[in-house]
Design a protein around this ligand. Structure first.
Ligand SMILES: Cc1cc2nc3c(=O)[nH]c(=O)nc-3n(C[C@H](O)[C@H](O)[C@H](O)COP(=O)(O)OP(=O)(O)OC[C@H]3O[C@@H](n4cnc5c(N)ncnc54)[C@H](O)[C@@H]3O)c2cc1C
Length: 414
């Protein structure tokens, strides 16, 4: 079959490569090249989060959010002018943070993350991308055991879905990374996690392998995707050209919502903008990624330098980045590493594609069955990209999927 994949971030490249391995004639269409700086897939924290089953919206967020917005150190930001447009999405997002709903969402997320390590190794095996996968402990730092215990619901959910960790006291933290501020006195360490040492180079390497193995990559802006009367998928480009294929897959990250709306779907996507500072010539780096919830940051040793990434900024898909976030990240760096110095830094921001229930959209469009939808991976798009790719390939190739895809149907919003 001829298949067009719209979007060449981690989601689109994974979909395209699995379809190519199934023997289909596959073309990726993207306005930029895979691994481009404008993709969310470029500058994320590189964590393959096999225990990431707890959505951002949980019980209590509704009451905590106003205080967090007023505290510049929590790394939660809002462009107030965007609030009227954000409100309908935000209200439903917060409503989905009730206990029973979160348990249901966690079950859906668990089915996507449970074998994410294996999915990455299977996708990258035998390609140059494999060299960017690294194993190590995933350490989450807290100021005290009481701070960790403050969220028993989330901790129990992670345990219920298979997470295991060791408890570390201050001595164990200092033995692992002596430069961490003595203010952090408790940690959880999940053994044998997988990290991607350069998300942008990883995506670019997978795409190079795809191209060298017979896949096509076209650089164009897509204006809409439709199904023809004959049941073919047609993809219209901004230059007026029209491409036709047996199937098309919409994997355009945060921009997918608009193309899905033209198909008649109400898959409202919001941008949860995130940021990173990549430090060059840093005086110290941890052995593997550190997660520090009270700063809103992950500290990630990358091929390009030491990355401090995270933050959530609701500024709208077309809104400008908020420069104040970088100052807040700089302040947080010294809370974690009081003595850290560095020679240079680069700034980056990217948009996480987020649905109101934190679950992605995955599967055929009920309104146009030759078009498949693969977007909305919010904070865990790197983690679940290969799993989404494999599942879309199973569906298009007519194989039984090894997971239930009904929680991810687009018409759950309609
Ligand atoms: C600061 C930060 C840290 C993160 N950390 C992690 C982490 O540690 N682990 C994790 O799992 N996830 C993490 N994420 C989330 C993850 O990066 C995203 O969920 C993921 O990259 C989304 O991938 P994608 O392929 O769906 O979208 P993208 O990478 O954004 O790709 C979408 C592509 O579609 C193209 N496109 C869009 N519209 C059109 C059009 N009309 N025509 C042509 N092309 C189009 C775009 O050009 C783009 O190339 C993080 C995100 C941020 C911002």
């Amino acid at each position: 079959m001829k298949v067009i994949v719209v979007g060449g971030g981690i989601t689109g490249v994974s979909v395209a490569e699995w379809l190519r391995r199934d023997g289909h004639e596959v073309t990726i269409v993207d306005r930029v090249g895979p691994g481009d700086v404008t993709q969310a897939s470029y500058g994320n924290c590189g964590i393959v989060g096999r225990s990431s089953v707890v959505p951002l919206s949980t019980p209590g967020l509704f009451w905590q959010a106003p205080g967090m917005l007023l505290d510049p150190d929590t790394l939660l930001f809002l462009r107030w002018r965007h609030l009227p447009r954000l409100t309908p999405w935000l209200a439903r997002f917060l409503w989905n943070g009730r206990r029973d709903k979160v348990m249901q969402i966690a079950k859906g997320l668990a089915s996507l993350v449970r074998d994410s390590d294996e999915q990455h190794f299977a996708l990258a095996a035998g390609t140059p991308a494999e060299g960017f996968l690294q194993r190590g402990p995933y350490v989450t730092l807290f100021r005290s055991r009481e701070d960790f215990a403050r969220n028993p619901f989330a901790n129990e959910l992670r345990k219920k879905h298979g997470a295991v960790w060791d408890d570390w006291d201050r001595t164990a933290i200092a033995a692992y990374d002596p430069a961490v501020s003595p203010a952090y006195r408790f940690a959880t360490a999940m053994p044998d996690y997988v990290f991607v040492r350069s998300p942008s180079q990883y995506v670019a390497a997978l795409a190079d392998h795809f191209r060298q193995s017979g896949g096509n990559i076209l650089c164009h802006e897509v204006v809409h995707i439709k199904q023809s009367k004959q049941g073919k998928a047609t993809v219209a480009l901004a230059n007026g050209q029209r491409l036709e294929a047996d199937r098309a897959v919409l994997a355009a990250g945060v921009w997918s919502g608009r193309l899905a709306a033209r198909l008649g779907h109400k898959a409202t996507l919001e941008s949860e903008r995130g940021y990173h500072l990549m430090l060059k010539g840093a005086s110290h780096a941890p052995p593997a990624v550190l997660n520090i919830p009270d700063t809103g940051l992950g500290v990630c040793p990358m091929a390009e330098g030491l990355c401090f990434g995270g933050a959530v900024d609701f500024s709208g898909i077309d809104g400008a980045p908020n420069e104040r976030v970088y100052d807040a990240i700089r302040r947080q760096i010294h809370r974690v590493y009081p003595d850290l110095t560095w020679e240079d830094e680069t700034k980056w921001t990217g948009q996480r594609p987020s649905t109101i229930d934190s679950l992605p959209v995955l599967g055929p469009s009920p309104k146009a069955p030759s078009i498949y939808l693969a977007f909305g991976s919010q904070h865990i798009g790197l983690t679940i990209g290969p799993r989404i790719g494999k599942t879309i390939a199973d569906l298009i190739s007519g194989r039984q999927t090894d997971m239930d895809v009904t929680p991810f149907r687009v018409d759950r919003f309609e």
